[in-house]
Ligand binder design. Structure first.
Ligand code: SAM
Length: 254
């Protein structure tokens, strides 16, 4: 998979050299490139923004600068012209909240470009224009109902959520199945609480069942805990569950 991240603060993306994402890059699983938007400016001051039409506070990122950058990244030498081959991701608090399902879908794409906004955001015509290009799918996404200073943190989140789903990135792929928000059958819950050694720490004992060695009982306990925790913390997720995936024991917990 190829991911290009465009930002006026490319140094902000330095953590993408670390940990599993950094390793995936070094191993060639992920071709990730970070670009400075200002490389595509043409004036002496390397201007990327201007005052908003209609007045008001703040500055808006210019569509012409973004257009030059994105056209360059979409050149046939760097991307396929097949319909929808490239997904252009634009982080914005007015986008649809990013979900695990989105991450899974994006992990199946060939090419992602992430356009990090700053100031009051990117001129709306950028999303509109690229949505009309057959080789591009545009997705405006939000990290949540709060406002950040820029799209770089959203890019870090997105790359990490997607990259860990690529084959070979996480050592044991089984660990992806039982996670919170998993879309695997029986998933859609928050994960059960997890424990490790020592068995007792500061007077708190790990649940006996987890030390019992009884796989069936461990599995049932974990499922019950996941259901209880989800019902308590995220009742919206319980409401959205496919009732057909719940057995009698599940229903007894709820
Ligand atoms: N004026 C915009 C609004 O009220 O919707 C907020 C702009 S924000 C200060 C600047 C940039 O930060 C956005 O263009 C976007 O890239 C990023 N950003 C801020 N909050 C975000 C969120 N919740 N999710 C994703 N990106 C966000």
């Amino acid at each position: 998979m190829r991911i290009d991240v465009v930002s006026i603060f490319p140094d902000y993306l330095a953590p993408l050299e670390l940990s599993l994402v950094g390793k995936a890059r070094r191993e060639g699983i992920l071709d990730l490139q970070v670009h400075d938007l200002r490389a595509w400016t043409t004036d002496r001051h390397r201007t990327v923004d201007d005052t908003p039409f209609g007045g008001g506070a703040g500055m808006v990122m210019r569509p012409d600068v973004w257009g030059t950058a994105l056209d360059h990244l979409l050149e046939p030498s760097t991307s396929s012209a097949a319909p929808g081959a490239t997904t252009l991701l634009i982080p914005t608090p007015s986008g649809a909240p990013l979900t695990q399902q989105d991450a899974e879908e994006l992990a199946g794409r060939e090419r992602l470009i992430i356009a990090c906004g700053r100031y009051e955001g990117i001129d709306a015509r950028v999303a509109e224009h690229y949505a009309q290009r057959p080789e591009v799918t545009v997705r405006e996404f939000s990290l949540g109902d709060y406002v950040l200073n820029g799209g770089e943190v959203a890019a870090l989140v997105l790359v990490e959520a997607v990259a860990r789903l690529l084959p070979g990135v996480v050592g044991n792929p089984a660990s992806l199945v039982e996670e919170s928000h998993s879309t695997a059958p029986g998933g859609g819950l928050l994960e059960y609480p997890v424990y490790t050694k020592p068995a007792t720490w500061r007077g708190l004992a790990a649940p006996d069942v987890l030390l019992s060695g009884h796989h069936g009982k461990v599995a049932r306990w974990r499922r019950d805990q996941a259901l209880r925790r989800t019902a308590q913390r995220r009742p919206d997720l319980i409401a959205g569950l496919d009732q057909a995936t719940l057995d009698e024991a599940d229903r007894a917990v709820l």
